[in-house]
Design a protein around this ligand. Sequence first.
Ligand code: ADP
Ligand code: MG
Length: 636
Amino acid sequence: MQKGKINVQTENIFPIIKKFLYSDHDIFLRELVSNAVDATQKLKTLANTGHFKDDLGDLTIHIEVDKKKGTLTVRDRGLGMNAEEVDKYINQIAFSSAEEFVKKFKTKTEAEQNAIIGHFGLGFYSSFMVSDKVDVITKTYKKGGQTKPVKWSCDGSPDYTLEDTVKKDRGTEIILHISKDEKEFLEDYKIRELLKKYCRFLPVPIQFGFKKEQVKVEGEKDKDGNDKYVEVEKPDIINNTTPLWKQKPADLTDEDYKNFYRELYPMNFEEPLFHIHLNVDYPFNLTGILYFPKVKKNLEVQRDKIQLYSNQVFVTDSVEGIVPDFLTLLHGVLDSPDIPLNVSRSYLQSDRRVKQISNHIMKKVADKLEELFKENREEFEKKWDDIKVFIEYGMISEEKFFDRGNKFCLFKNVENKYFTFEEYKDKIKDIQTDKDKKLVYLYTSDKDDQHSYIENARERGYDVLLMDGVLDSHFINSVEPKFENTTFARVDSDTIDKLIKKDDTETPSKLDDKEKDAIKPVFEKSIDKSNFTVIFDNLSESDLPVMITQPEFMRRMKDMSAVGGGGGYMGLGTLPDSYNLVINTNHDLIYKIAKEEDEASREKMARQITDLALLSQNLLKGEDLTKFIKRSVEIL
Ligand code: ADP
Ligand code: MG
């Protein structure tokens, strides 16, 4: 037997591995299984290249728990190691990379530590996070020379033993003697959960125990004449070794993609709208499938659905910082050995390759959307309401995506007709241009609440856009400066003739300045709210006598702060809305009020038409509403 110290010059890293890595000890299993997969894949390569001529046989990797002995075993039939290789790979190389990891780890803050755990492959030595002792029993595939099977043992101190042993089969067996406070890893459910998480798509079959299955007995029926089934035990293979993203798109049907979506998200009952199959070799390696889900109002719950793999080994399902924010709304898998996983997240964000990959994904997403738009506009329009938030989010947050989205992003008007930016501009440019040659995009944020204003605009032949999505107020703010000579105005932000001012000629007023001054306090009294300003306007005779408008600028600032629009607008969310009470000085009723001499009936009339205006904006509530109803009955 050979005894030795792994590396006498360094301090004992084992206590540190145990102590510091405690919070994510789960990853040891991923590391051991992926080592077993590597060893198996290497042997397959040797067989393919003619260096290994024997029968490969069954290559299934076995995971076994022995509760009595307190061990967890990972066993492969890969290439194995001889004594010299154990010394080189386990005692020296693996140890020094574990040591390097611990050194790096110790210099980090706790937050940084959490970020690297699970993203930095600590490798073989991570098994000491959960074990008192680890045995490696291994036999090389090689013939002749030093080929005796060996057993390496280490009890979590730098001392190890290496001795000859008996092992019939080629390959490696890693036996973990699970420590007292890690007993959880001797529970079947826990191991199955971890295997399902990390190993679900590994390329070599992984067996964990057996499962019961009902199998039909051919040619036999039960006493009721139904098919007969018997229960049989079958190896429980944890993983799908040929996940869809590794297959050729040409060989796959739409149904295959949908089935795979169900496999990935068994708890998600909604079907995806469409998918993108990624497959890049150069200048980086990336495969994957991204699905477009229906995007809901609550954006946060939809995030963190993309799973990131490195050569089919699960790495993380939190891809923020790796792909642009808006892409995190997509579902699916990304697999790239080129995303450096052994570094912190802040490093990832500035990594050039990660940027390239990110840009590539963004480009593919834009390509797909453009293709769908071009190939079948009708279908695209049908899906629009479900993908709109996603596209708007991308266009708001990524300049490059804005330039692409320009071509397929749609506006929908209140008649449910869809237009590209270009088409819409053509539609309104001759009608909705004001005297300063500025294009005015009218929009509503609520078809019902702003109904009368929409009607007003439509009576003048204007078109009104429906902008009632969660991101629409943000979206307007971001496209407006990009469109030339354009303003967006909500239909109720001013009287319609002010919103699209065609010329400077004013309709004559039925009231002179003295009369206006006289009735202003009457209306101020009738509205009696500090966030209303009474103003006069010579609207047309057929317009309403009193209207309520909400100035665009103030409202936008409020909207922005409400959806967390940040920056200078912060805090405005608590401001009350500010409104204008617009008195139509060209209306007969207003004229009548001005001429009315009896103070009481003048006030009553003013109050009645003010309340009507409030009612039309859904602003008349409580006691005021009760009073209005009583007064109306009286008047009638
Ligand atoms: P890495 O996998 O990144 O090389 P590890 O610490 O996980 O680092 O493993 C160190 C080395 O030990 C591997 O590179 C490999 O040579 C050897 N090794 C570990 N597990 C096995 C195994 N099951 N079969 C053969 N060799 C193994
Ligand atoms: Mg490894």
